[in-house]
Structures are given as structure tokens and as C-alpha cells.
Unconditional design. Structure first.
Length: 216
């Protein structure tokens, strides 16, 4: 039976693969970009390298089927990214290649730019919502309550570290994910836009309908 456990360094490649398999509006992004490592190098691997203690996976034996990853202090993460992640990323991806497919959320050029522009994460609401997260489950694991449990696990870990609230950015086209976040009690932040929804939730409440958040 799959279950939630803390991330281990040996999970790194599987986390990268799940990121790729869910990166096109929730679906498979394999072959969409000229290099399949681009998505995980922007949206998964820096997180598990920087804050492995805030990464949790759903695993069935050695097989990883889903994850939630996060950072407690986005501003500190941006500093680390500039110093530790950008140089290697720039060396591995000096310029955008020719994409072979299409992902409306990010062009190849935007993705390559994102790899060395962590400042994009410095949203206006960081004072109240310093943490942020990403969550991805393989299709076979979806719809069984693991997404909710993973979010609850990360919220509890953040609350235990004294972090009051967490935010996330998402692809507006990913309507399934939006329904999930709405169901868990996430709300839109002031700088959210139609094209780039930005959602937040307090860390200390269970993710039931009607859960408390910073507005209540
Ligand atoms: C979005 C995702 C994380 C949700 O995880 P999940 O395990 O499938 O969701 P759960 O089974 O925990 O569902 C929790 C609640 O959300 C609701 N929900 C989940 N997906 C939904 C959907 N597509 N439409 C409507 N409601 C949905 C469930 O009905 C459930 O409600 P309940 O607990 O009150 O019964 C997962 O489907 C996923 O990884 N999708 C692909 C990658 C992705 O889109 N990641 C997010 C990028 S921003």
C-alpha cells in the first residue's frame, strides 16, 4: 500500500520524473521542451536540494508516486537559488533550444529564463505567506485523498517551524488542480491574476471545507 514518508536523497530522480510527467497543465510534458530536465530543474530539484526536510513523498516500497515540496522562507530560498542554483543551471542551459511541443504555461524561453531568475518568486504577500509549495501525483495515485494528506503534512511541518501561511502559483489552465485547492480552503491572494493564479492558506488548520485562513 502506498504511504506518505519523508523525502530521501535516493528519491531525487523519481521526483524529477514525476515533475515532468505532470508538468503540462497536470499532464505529461515529456518531449514538450528541447530538454526534459528543464521543468524539474526549475520546479522540483532546487526544492529537494535546498529543503529536503520539507519534502514528503507517497511511496509504494521503493517506487515514488507523488510528492509535495516546499520552502519555509521564500526570500531566503531566492538568495540560495541566486548563489547556488543559477550558475549550474546557466551552464547546463545556456540558451533556449527549439521546443518540440507546446505548453501554454511556459514557453521554452520563459522556462530557461526562470532557471536564473528566482526573483520571480518575490511576491508582494511574502510577509504574510513566506512559504510556498508544489505538489504533483502520478495519475494512478490521484483521487484517493493523498493530495489532501500531503498538503496537511507540509502545513503541519511548516506550522511546527512557526511559519504562519503558505502560498503557491499555478497554471490557470489546470482546472482540476484549482478545484482541489478550492476544496482544501486555499484562497486567492491580492496579486493573483487570471493568467497566473496565486493562492494561499494558513498552516495551522486542517484542510477541511470552511477551514480558517488569514482572512477569518
Ligand atoms: C491536483 C492534485 C495534487 C490533487 O491531488 P489528489 O490526491 O488527486 O486529490 P485528493 O484525492 O486528495 O482530493 C482532495 C479533495 O479535492 C477534491 N478534488 C481533487 N481533484 C479534484 C478535481 N479535479 N475536481 C474536483 N474536485 C477535486 C476531491 O474531491 C477531494 O475532496 P474531499 O476530500 O472533500 O472528498 C493531483 O491530482 C495531481 O497531482 N494532479 C496532477 C499534477 C498537478 O496538477 N499538480 C498541481 C500543480 S499546481
Amino acid at each position: 500500500m502506498p504511504d506518505i514518508r519523508p523525502y530521501r536523497p535516493a528519491d531525487r530522480d523519481q521526483v524529477a520524473r514525476i515533475c515532468l510527467l505532470t508538468a503540462a497543465g497536470g499532464g505529461d510534458a515529456t518531449g514538450v521542451y528541447s530538454d526534459d530536465t528543464l521543468m524539474p530543474e526549475v520546479f522540483a530539484l532546487p526544492y529537494v536540494d535546498y529543503a529536503p526536510e520539507l519534502a514528503f513523498v507517497v511511496a509504494d516500497g521503493e517506487r515514488v508516486l507523488g510528492y509535495v515540496i516546499g520552502v519555509a522562507d521564500t526570500a531566503a530560498f531566492v538568495e540560495w537559488w541566486r548563489r547556488e542554483w543559477s550558475p549550474g543551471f546557466a551552464a547546463r542551459h545556456p540558451s533556449p533550444g527549439a521546443p518540440t511541443g507546446r505548453n501554454p504555461a511556459f514557453t521554452e524561453a520563459e522556462l530557461v529564463e526562470a532557471g536564473t531568475s528566482p526573483e520571480r518568486m518575490l511576491i508582494d504577500e511574502l510577509g504574510d505567506y513566506p512559504a510556498h509549495l508544489h505538489i504533483d501525483l502520478l495519475p494512478e495515485l490521484q483521487g484517493q485523498g493523498f493530495g489532501r494528506r500531503l498538503i496537511d503534512t507540509l502545513r503541519a511541518a511548516l506550522a511546527a517551524r512557526g511559519v504562519p501561511a503558505v502560498h503557491l502559483g499555478m497554471d490557470a489552465a489546470n482546472t482540476g488542480a484549482r478545484a482541489f485547492y478550492d476544496r482544501l480552503g486555499f484562497h486567492e491572494l491580492p496579486s493573483s491574476t487570471l493568467r497566473s493564479p496565486l493562492l494561499g492558506i494558513a498552516t495551522d488548520a486542517p484542510s477541511a471545507a470552511g477551514s480558517t485562513d488569514l482572512r477569518s
